[in-house]
Design a protein around this ligand. Sequence first.
Ligand SMILES: [Zn+2]
Length: 72
Amino acid sequence: MSRCRRCDAEISRQETTCPACGYDPGSAVRRFGLGLVIFGGAFAFVSPPIGLFGVFAGIVAVGGSYLYTPTG
Ligand SMILES: [Zn+2]
């Protein structure tokens, strides 16, 4: 049993999305954003401007996934 990060409703282990608001904690956008943050952090050692931009874009993607949840 976990709680929705957006509306604090209880989400059972069988459900991957919040039954109350539809928030998906494992959405593709969020995974993509986390990947960008990790990849950008590593890439920052090679090319800081591009790496830091990747980290920034990843944070925006993760943050946006809290507000906007794509269906499907
Ligand atoms: Zn919710």
